[in-house]
Design a protein around this ligand. Sequence first.
Ligand code: GLC
Length: 490
Amino acid sequence: MSEQRPINVLFIASEAAPLIKVGGLGDVAGSLPKALRKILPAKMKGRALDVRLVIPFHSAITQRLDSLQLVAAFFVPHPKGKIAARAFQTSVEGVPVYLIEGSSILSDQSVYSSDPRVDANKFIFFSLAALEMARAISWPVDILHANDWHTAISVYDLKIRRPQDPFFKETKSVLSMHNMPYMGAGSESVIYEFGIPECTCHGLPEWARNIPLPLGMFAADYLLTVSPNYANEILTPQYGCGLQDFLNSRKETVAGILNGLDETKWDPNSDPSIHFNYGPAQLNIRKKNKLALQTEFGLDKDENIPLLILISRMDQQKGIDLAVQGLRLVQDLDWQVIFLGTGDPIIEAACRSLEVELPNRVRAAIRFDLNLSRRMYAGGDVLLIPSRYEPCGLTQMIAMRYGCVPLARSTGGLKDTIVDDSENESNNGFLFEEASPEDFATTIRRAIEVFLNRKSWQLLQVNGMKSDFSWEKSAMEYSMIYQKLLGEEA
Ligand code: GLC
């Protein structure tokens, strides 16, 4: 009976760890498909989930893969003549992965370029090619699950094809938004060049009718964000990027599912890049990592001085300027801070100038250094996350796993994962409301006061270390949405 065929999910993304990772999306695309494939058919009315990942064959991937199989050579429609594409298959941790190759995915490009047209050309080609590939390998797609603006056009194109294309007639679509303000603006002419029909898109504001993300949002059968709180926030003018009215009009098909953390990859008990491994019952061992970190950065070696850390892409979104200004307001207190990250030169410069101003207690490591980040999680006392908005955020979860207490702005997924309430037995961090240096500073004072009380601090650390951030629960929630769309509610 057809009921017994697995539910086929084509998971399409611009990046996926460990093959290629630039940001948080890469972590999610690298771990969610694996978690979904682990759901037992017994929990799915007898149907397993056959989730397959498709990503562009970025040049950075080329050198690393030796076990590739060419599975399809096909064409992507284009008004000026169809464009040849090829799909190669590999497998990563049990997940089948397709890599799409074609002239628009040039071999000398980085994953994301600063030129919107170059990116538009690559990702719109890729979005259309993923659909053509499914047809070429005769793999009926039950659920097309796209992510962010880069792949949103696949969802829009699906909606256009569906009525007259028997292969996609029954395919349902889900679009996950990991960072809504990045909509793919600048792609307008490329959309037109690919012959993608214009959208009358009732309900979408006019400015949004030829931009990839809004088109995908319009077309998707289900819209998801990466935390429940962010899903509520985008319904408001403050976070809705001008699309809040549209989102409110389809509120019943908008939801937020919290990202998980690949807990095997982030475990202070076994992490080979930290000096001393430890678990929740060995916080005294953890202290040695702090002293090692202070030594590494030439800071005073003193376990009683709170060591603040900030690990982030240096982007306006992340509110690092609020932290830099806020720290100036608490100079009367004893603390040290280490910044790690790269990005916007203005933000990098702000971190460097604080280092010049307060050379005894500030260090700015302006680079991308994964191993250092692990040593920082293992040795820092407080992770600062002053984000202006945060669809989910991964660093707070990593920090908690490592016994580093998060101090974050109360927004998006940060609010869903951090409990700041001394009466609550899950209390595990500090939250501040306003995106202002003053509110940040007040909360630093509060955190340092608790830090000085060893027992209370350890409770926060242990609560964080014991929090469950595994993918299992979230994967079940995704599967329920897939089933709902297929009319197979469990
Ligand atoms: C984006 C968001 C971040 C989220 C990640 C993965 O990078 O900014 O909040 O955790 O995507 O979903």
